[in-house]
Design a protein around this ligand. Structure first.
Ligand SMILES: [Zn+2]
Length: 406
């Protein structure tokens, strides 16, 4: 036995010498041609074959797989195939819900603003931001996302929303999910506000939600005093505005884009809270959720004209933003156009501050300035945290803002 072992060791040494010399010769003869290298390799294969060794997988097996092959080299063992995707997708992490600190002390109140990360949707994930591999929380039946994803996202969001520190053990998020109803509107950028006192309105039972938001009432504001209803507003740049009368237990939710703001949807809604429920100004608190900021919301003349005709104080929420392109500043001649003065696209653009516009409406309706909480988060500036219709050219998901009495 020892003699046989020594002989094969000597044979192996000779073989590796031949291989090394052959490869060196092939490489030095022509550094750019692979032909001679292939010829040398074929020769080596023939040499190995002559002594009973085969090496047929050299050029087909990638190095990574070579490492993972079984050390026993059992040829009868089935080849491992890479599994494309697991049958059950991993459970996404809990979504983050933004809340108003001043409202967290009311155990009867459910409220929150959704954010973009951690959900079942993948369709809107920007390639640059999809490194985390986590899905996103699209809460609107947008058409590009699957209904299954949206329903799952809504369940996850509402579960996270209802799971608060102040909730009693018998009011766990799961127990409440079975009882509460989510009420949505077909949002039409109007000033229409509904008083929702029972569930006759087409509503959405959370655990057996319909395939899409169908047959909803058309409007942009809801007010309710009825426990068991969650009023929801969907947005992706427009402002969600929530108002609470903690003394009378009246809640309201509004959808305020530029058209709804110009139609005074928030001012009208708070006016109705006062007129129909006797809400006192001192008892009202408002929260303005994430939306497109004055930093990013460039608008045209028609928007400016609409606000100027509606509000005496409209100057307060418009500003001119100059294009501060350093190349344009250094080489202005390069950007000369044949257009008449005042018609060039190099001039300032007008930006609208929707938050300021709605803050003014809340104050006009009687809400104290100190009781208006604006999150101050621009959706277009923070695409990893929020969906933005403007910044993503209309191809995006929806966030949901909710207020309700448990
Ligand atoms: Zn911005």
């Amino acid at each position: 036995m020892p003699r046989r072992k020594a002989r094969s060791k000597r044979a192996f040494c000779i073989l590796s010498k031949i291989i090394q010399v052959s490869l060196r010769t092939a490489k030095s003869s022509s550094p750019v041609s692979s032909g001679s290298l292939d010829e040398a390799l074929r020769g080596i294969d023939a040499l190995l074959g002559a002594v009973g060794l085969t090496h047929g997988t050299r050029r087909t097996r990638p190095p990574a797989q070579q490492k993972t092959t079984s050390p026993t080299r059992n040829s009868a063992a089935p080849k491992k195939k890479s599994v494309p995707t697991p049958a059950v997708p991993p459970t996404p992490a809990t979504p983050t819900v933004l809340r108003v600190p001043a409202w967290e002390r009311y155990p009867w109140l459910a409220h929150g603003f959704s954010t973009r990360p951690n959900g079942a949707s993948k369709v809107y994930a920007p390639r640059a931001h999809s490194g985390s591999g986590q899905g996103e929380l699209n809460l609107g039946f947008t058409g590009s996302d699957t209904q299954r994803n949206v329903r799952r996202n809504r369940e996850m969001f509402l579960h996270a929303l209802l799971e608060t520190k102040t909730a009693s053990p018998k009011h766990t998020a799961l127990a409440q999910l079975a009882l509460l109803r989510l009420v949505l509107l077909q949002q039409i950028h109007s000033g229409i506000v509904y008083r929702i006192e029972d569930t006759r309105i087409e509503d959405t039972r959370i655990e057996d939600a319909p395939q899409a938001d169908v047959d909803l009432q058309a409007g942009d504001g809801m007010i309710s005093t009825q426990p068991g209803l969650l009023l929801g507003i969907l947005t992706a740049d427009c402002l969600p505005v929530l108002v609470v009368d903690a003394r009378q237990r009246v809640v309201a939710a509004f959808h305020a884009g530029w058209r709804g703001t110009a139609a005074r949807v928030v001012e009208r809604g708070v006016g109705r809270m006062r007129a129909e429920f006797g809400s006192r100004p001192g008892d009202l608190t408002a929260a303005i959720g994430p939306g497109i900021g004055g930093c990013c919301y460039a608008i045209g003349d028609e928007v400016r004209n609409e606000f100027d005709s509606q509000f005496a104080y409209s100057d307060a929420f418009f500003r001119e933003v100059y294009d501060s392109d350093p190349i344009k500043e250094k080489y202005p001649l390069l950007f000369l156009t044949a257009r008449a003065p005042g018609h060039s696209n190099l001039g300032p653009s007008t930006h609208l501050d929707l938050v300021e516009a709605n803050r003014r409406q809340l104050m006009d309706a009687g809400v104290a300035q100190a009781k208006i909480h604006a999150l101050g988060l621009c959706t277009a500036c923070h695409l990893t945290r929020f969906f933005s219709h403007r910044a993503e050219q209309g191809f995006t998901g929806r966030m949901m803002s909710v207020v309700g009495i448990r």
